[in-house]
Structures are given as structure tokens and as C-alpha cells.
Design a protein around this ligand. Structure first.
Ligand SMILES: C[S@@+](CC[C@H](N)C(=O)[O-])C[C@H]1O[C@@H](n2cnc3c(N)ncnc32)[C@H](O)[C@@H]1O
Length: 186
């Protein structure tokens, strides 16, 4: 990971809290209706960062739904806790999903926004498989990714990663070098 998310400096965490809502807003605006939430779902925000998207999703889960936020960074997860402190239907999980005992078939929807390109090439397939294992049979995964090299992950490579673990996907929205994708089991 080129950025030190795990132990970010105060300056980096502060900058990120300001940058994410501005950079992400056009894409979150497309993602939220694409999720088609009825309010009762179990949703995973994988790599929830400072919680900008989580704060928007929780507003849609007013019908008994729950949101789970997973992140490697304690500092960022604490920012999410602070943002969502008034909500009781949120689980916060710190660390590596591969070491967590999340039962299979737990989540209806999973969002992974600007995370995959930060994960090392050799780690991606196993990590994505662990995420997919937690998805319900008819569940869907929504990915927003930066697609331009050298920092991002090319679109074909992203789609192949999911294809190799039994999911098919399509691009729902594209603006410049960033795409929103929906994946489901074949
Ligand atoms: C660029 S930020 C994106 C945050 C958020 N999804 C958003 O839309 O703003 C990437 C986040 O992914 C987290 N992350 C990276 N690798 C991870 C992993 N293997 N497991 C959980 N979180 C991870 C980082 O700690 C960071 O908070």
C-alpha cells in the first residue's frame, strides 16, 4: 500500500477527511441509487476509510438494516465511529477480513470504494474471495475504482479478478478514469 492508512499521520488523516467527500461526491451520487436499498439490508462497507460513504448509506438503512464497516486503520475507523455515533445499527471491525469469523451469506450488498488498487497484486484474489464468501447468494458487490495506471487498476484487470472468483460485472457509470461497477455471482 503506497499510502500509510494503517498508521496515518494526523496531517494525512485530516487531509483525507477533507479530500474524500469532495473527490467522491459525484460517484457516491451514482452509487446510492444503484444500491436500490429498501432499508432492511445487511450492508458491508469494506475499507470504509473516514466514513464519508458510510454516513450516506446509514441514512438509507432505517428499516431494520445494518451496516458493517471494515478497515485496517484504527485512526480511520475511529473517525467513522465519531460520524455515526448516533446510529446503533453499525458494526465496526478493525483488521484483516481473512482473520475475522464473519459467517458466509451475511451481506445483501457490499461496497468497496477506492480500496482494491491499494491492495497488493498477489493478495487481491484471496482477499476478494474472503469478501465474496460473506455475500448472500443473490447479493451484489459495488466497486468504485480508479482505473488509470500507474496508481490505479485497469478496468480489464478489475473485471478479470472478479470473473476468476465466479462473479460477473458491468460498468454502471464512468467519469474520466474512475468507474462504478456492479458484480454478482454467475
Ligand atoms: C482510498 S481509501 C477509501 C476509503 C473509502 N472507501 C472512501 O470511499 O473514501 C482506502 C481505504 O481502504 C482501507 N484498506 C486498504 N486495504 C485494506 C484491507 N486489506 N482491509 C481493510 N481495509 C483496507 C484503507 O485503510 C483506507 O481506509
Amino acid at each position: 500500500m503506497p499510502f500509510n492508512f494503517k498508521n496515518p499521520s494526523k496531517l494525512f488523516a485530516w487531509f483525507y477527511s477533507l479530500f474524500c467527500p469532495i473527490y467522491g461526491r459525484n460517484f457516491y451520487k451514482e452509487l446510492l441509487p444503484a444500491l436500490k436499498l429498501n432499508g432492511g439490508e445487511s450492508v458491508l462497507d469494506f475499507g470504509s476509510g473516514t466514513g464519508v460513504l458510510a454516513k450516506k448509506i446509514i441514512k438509507e438503512l432505517s428499516n431494520g438494516g445494518t451496516l458493517t464497516c471494515i478497515d485496517l486503520s484504527e485512526a480511520f475507523l475511529n473517525k467513522v465511529r465519531k460520524k455515526l455515533r448516533k446510529n446503533t445499527n453499525v458494526n465496526y471491525l478493525l483488521g484483516n477480513i481473512q482473520e475475522m469469523d464473519i459467517p458466509s451469506n451475511t451481506f445483501d450488498k457490499i461496497v468497496i470504494t477506492w480500496v482494491i488498487h491499494h491492495i497488493a497484486d498477489d493478495v487481491r484474489p484471496g482477499l476478494l474471495q474472503s469478501i465474496v464468501n460473506t455475500l448472500k447468494p443473490n447479493g451484489k458487490i459495488y466497486v468504485i475504482e480508479f482505473l488509470a495506471l500507474p496508481h490505479g487498476i485497469p478496468e480489464m484487470k478489475l473485471i478479470e479478478l472478479f470473473n476468476e472468483i465466479g462473479l460477473s460485472g458491468r460498468e454502471e457509470y464512468r467519469k474520466k478514469n474512475t468507474g462504478l461497477f456492479e458484480f454478482k455471482r454467475n
